[in-house]
Ligand binder design. Structure first.
Ligand SMILES: [Fe+2]
Length: 257
């Protein structure tokens, strides 16, 4: 094993202005605290809960984020579409296929980040397991440190992806649920795993949204559009230490608040 460990922060879905604000205020302290070498953030809810815009991408990169991942909401702000093509380190799920803008994986400073999306209770896009396999085949064999953001609803599908890629990637982390799970672990063949990172978003909200409106949606079953709950926000995610020579995970620790 190498003397040096590689330390990565992977943070959950940035939700609205409160989520952007908390990263603006606290990310540099967090990077110092964990001595992070690399930072990955899922940005798909940064713009009022629906997608993100180029200025927010620039802001996140300016704060020290290396790669921004996303998910089903990435398409909602039209101005992001050309940015998906021009920014190598801004990702959309790979398994949307080749007919849409952008790309689903990147290699930055020798580290690969891959973005995939689940299909259970979500859009029936292309097979994420096949896409993961194909992307791994394309990577230079010198790329050992590989992170997968699996943006998905179903814990079963997410655990299946974790075990499917166990030993082949450094970590599989879930996003999309906005509620952090407590099942962080190292799988038998050395891949770190958590079902969901949680979100960087407002406290006392309903997955980021204003509680009163979210309750009204349940009571009436009307398609009321979620509104960001304007409150102080918390940061959720994980810190993963890995061996840069093998890409195997050494530890995974939850970041909660
Ligand atoms: Fe999502």
């Amino acid at each position: 094993m190498s003397d040096k460990t590689f330390t990565t922060l992977l943070l959950g879905d940035v939700y609205g202005d409160p989520g952007c604000r908390v990263l603006y205020l606290k990310l540099s302290t967090l990077i110092k605290k964990y001595r992070a070498d690399f930072v990955v953030v899922n940005g798909e809810n940064a713009f009022k809960g629906f997608g993100l815009i180029p200025g927010q991408v620039d802001m996140l990169f300016g704060l020290g984020v290396d790669v921004i991942t996303s998910g089903n909401h990435i398409w909602q702000q039209e101005e992001i579409l050309p940015y998906l093509d021009s920014q190598n380190n801004l990702l959309r799920p790979a398994n949307y296929g080749n007919l849409v803008q952008g790309h689903g994986y990147t290699v930055k400073d020798g580290v690969c980040v891959m973005n995939l999306q689940g299909r259970v209770n979500m859009f029936p896009i292309e097979d994420p397991f096949k896409w993961a396999t194909d992307i791994l085949k394309k990577l230079d064999s010198r790329v050992k440190t590989i992170f997968v953001d699996f943006h998905a609803e179903s814990p079963e599908e997410k655990e299946a992806m974790g075990f499917f890629l166990d030993g082949k990637v450094t970590a599989v982390v879930g996003t999309h649920i906005h509620v952090q799970t407590m099942d962080e672990k190292i799988l038998p063949n050395g891949t770190a795993y958590i079902t969901d990172l949680g979100m960087c978003g407002p406290k006392d909200s309903i997955i980021g949204s204003d509680p009163e409106l979210a309750i009204r949606r349940q009571l009436t079953q009307m398609p009321l559009k979620a509104q960001v709950h304007d409150n102080v926000a918390e940061i959720h995610g994980v810190c993963i230490k890995s061996d840069p020579d093998t890409g195997k995970a050494i530890s995974i620790e939850r970041i909660d608040g």
